[in-house]
Design a protein around this ligand. Structure first.
Ligand code: MLT
Length: 408
């Protein structure tokens, strides 16, 4: 008899963003004439930077000629991309990361979801609340939690991010082994200082723990004192893995390219307490289950690091940050408390006593604006909504006018 992985039955019915998409589709069906502005899922709307498109085209042309054609590439990514990443994203900021510590992949969602495979099932996992649902759901699927009860999975250590701690969780009060952190944060848009991050690195050393640091939104950091990478923190290489993406800095959500950094000295422990390097484990997993990102896409991603690419990606993130500033300004003028939008494309808004999903429904029905209900990211998200800056400036302006009217 074929039996299922019962842990899947513990999951909430559907993935948050699929759930929202279904609600929006139903609304659109019933209101075909209503114009909807989507400030929900963090999906970019602007075209790829010209430098990336040019490199992409050239690489496609190479594929059309037998002498420059590429079949399977190295699973970890082509050297030209890994070297450009190491030099520009790390060494240029004083983080000593080398090209062979970088694993190119098709998405940070996949990597943050898959990484847990290399850890034991019984590790104690610390998950922020609110949180990007992928970290949570993939650990549920792997059997690291009990059942869902009163808004939370049993067996996990939740790290509350609230107004009281400025949406940067405090260190856990119970021992944990695997810690998920994301900064600039999704969903709250909060950022972490070097001093705060250093405390987490110290915690990981003291407790033989490991930090999974999701830095997918680092390109939105404008405050130069904030860390873009956990590897800017002394001692992090032994205790952290970092995830990055080309989705938000260069508009690759539909093109797919990302990478994960596992320093050679990054370690976990075997059942006897012996130190084990994680780099070879992930390398083994990556080579077994993944055949590399296509050559033209890696060429397009490498163009992000060209002189033109750097200017164009900066313009792209500046554009979304201008939207974010407008959202923050308008929402503040309406009397709402919020965080984010300065070093982040997300604005996390306290609904002043409204239930998250009710606020979502109200904005959809009365303003034709799609947000993301905070409760979908965890118990601490109840009462909040998230607005994303990924849309055109004109649409953001229109959305904010409509929200104002809906609330009056
Ligand atoms: C989000 O809206 O939280 C993001 O789009 C999620 C993602 O990048 O997968």
């Amino acid at each position: 008899m074929i039996t299922i992985n019962e842990h899947y039955l513990k999951l909430q019915a559907s993935y948050l963003f699929s759930d929202i998409a279904k609600r929006v589709a139903a609304f659109q069906k019933n209101n075909p004439d209503k114009d909807i502005i989507k400030l929900g899922i963090g999906d970019v709307t602007r075209a790829l930077p010209p430098a990336c498109i040019e490199a992409f085209h050239q690489a496609v042309d190479e594929m059309a000629v037998e002498t420059s054609f590429h079949g399977y590439g190295p699973e970890q990514g082509y050297a030209f991309l890994r070297e450009a990443i190491a030099k520009n994203d790390f060494q240029a900021r004083g983080a000593d990361i080398s090209a062979d510590e970088i694993f190119v992949s098709d998405g940070a969602k996949c990597d943050t979801g898959n990484i847990q495979e290399i850890f034991a099932t019984d590790v104690k996992v610390a998950i922020p609340d609110p949180v990007y649902p992928v970290y949570l759901d993939t650990n549920v699927m792997a059997g690291r939690t009990g059942i869902f009860n009163d808004g939370r999975f049993q067996g996990l250590c939740y790290l509350d991010s609230t107004r009281e701690n400025n949406f940067v969780p405090d260190l856990p009060t119970e021992p944990v082994d695997l810690i998920y952190l994301c900064f600039p944060n999704n969903p709250t848009g909060s950022s972490i200082t070097k001093e705060q991050l250093k405390k987490w690195v110290n915690y990981a050393h003291d407790n033989k723990a490991l930090i999974l640091f999701d830095a997918a939104y680092e390109a939105f950091i404008r405050d130069e004192s904030l860390p873009k990478s956990i590897f800017e923190i002394d001692g992090a290489k032994e205790v952290a893995i970092e995830f990055r993406s080309f989705s938000k800095n260069a508009g690759f959500t539909g093109t797919r390219c990302a990478y994960t950094v596992i320093p050679k000295e990054c370690r976990a422990f075997d059942a006897t307490g012996g130190k084990q390097a994680l780099h070879p484990l992930w390398n083994r997993r990556h080579c077994t289950k993944f055949n590399g990102v296509s050559y033209p896409i890696q060429k397009a991603a490498a163009a992000v690091y060209s002189e033109a690419g750097k200017v164009q990606t900066r313009e792209l993130t500046d554009y979304y940050l201008t939207n974010a500033a407008l959202i923050r300004k308008e929402i503040t003028a309406l009397g709402f408390d919020s965080v984010g939008g300065d070093n982040s494309p997300y604005i996390w808004i306290d609904g002043r006593g409204r239930d998250s999903w009710e606020f979502f429904d109200m904005l959809l029905n009365k303003a034709g604006v799609v947000c993301t209900p905070g409760a979908g990211f965890g118990k601490c998200g109840q009462g909040y909504i998230r607005l994303s800056a990924f849309n055109s400036y004109q649409n953001v302006e229109k959305a904010m006018k409509r929200i104002k009217q809906a609330l009056q």
